[in-house]
Design a protein. Structure first.
Length: 267
């Protein structure tokens, strides 16, 4: 019997091979396929397609999207090729949050006063004005969460969380700038909580209840000029556009304080 030629349409996955996306290409990226979605191959009528393609061709699966490891998938007749390619980046590439449980002082810049990491917390060691920050990371809009406590019982002590902090290197209160979330202890049963500029004027102050040597959940939500400072879930808002971005860190004055479990996520 005379055999006639037939055409077998084989879909070709067009993949963009760039230096930015090398994981989505094989060794043949330099010889990328032509822009035609289908290529035509002549076959002898009556001959079966290659065994590893036959079952998929019968089920109509060759028209579906192939995954990044096309060769291995086609070699496996039990591989389901009907699902689209998942190009979602791995979670660890998209999670840009900074987190620290203070097991060491890696990445911390101690600018003024005395500091140490001990028993899983960041602690100042001096009643003098003390400031430290996380080096190499600047955020503009962000959510910040941290646990802090004032251990001093002599009254008048201050715990601060500076953010959008800019510095020339060595701490200079007259040149450096920042916002600071502040928690001030007075009689051990009440605190002043709010927002101020770097060791200068206060932008908002509220009375909150608290005791010495107790950790409290402190938060900042910064979106442009809109800044919320939050004490134990109670939020106070300030609208101010003096500072747009910068470092975040830790500070104190007149008190021995501790910080723990910080998380800062850009928004």
């Amino acid at each position: 019997m005379k055999k006639t030629a037939s055409a077998l349409l084989i879909p070709i996955l067009l993949v963009s091979c760039t230096e930015q996306n090398p994981n989505y290409c094989g060794d043949g990226c330099a010889n990328a396929p032509s822009p035609d979605l289908y290529s035509v191959q002549d076959t002898d009528e009556g001959n079966e397609p290659p065994p590893d393609l036959a079952s998929h061709a019968d089920q109509g699966e060759l028209g579906s999207s192939l995954d990044a490891q096309t060769t291995n998938d086609l070699a496996d007749p039990n591989k389901d090729l009907s699902s689209p390619i998942d190009l979602t980046p791995p979670k660890d590439l998209t999670d840009l949050c900074y987190r620290n449980k203070f097991t060491d002082d890696k990445g911390l810049v101690f600018q003024a006063g005395g500091w140490k990491v001990e028993n899983g917390t960041l602690q100042n060691t001096s009643y003098d004005t003390s400031i430290a920050y996380v080096g190499g990371i600047k955020f503009k809009d962000f959510d910040l969460k941290i646990r802090g406590r004032v251990n001093n019982e002599r009254g008048g002590g201050h715990l601060f969380v500076p953010f959008r902090y800019t510095t020339q290197g060595q701490f200079d209160q007259n040149k450096d700038t920042a916002y600071m979330m502040t928690l001030d202890s007075w009689d051990g049963t009440n605190f002043n909580f709010g927002l101020m500029r770097l060791f200068t004027d206060r932008l908002r102050t509220e009375k909150v209840s608290g005791t010495h040597s107790t950790f409290y959940q402190l938060e900042v939500k910064a979106r442009g000029p809109n800044i919320d400072v939050i004490f134990q879930g109670k939020s106070f808002q300030v609208v101010n556009n003096l500072y747009s971005d910068g470092y975040f860190g830790f500070a104190s004055s007149g008190a021995l304080v501790e910080f723990d479990d910080i998380e800062v996520c850009p928004k």
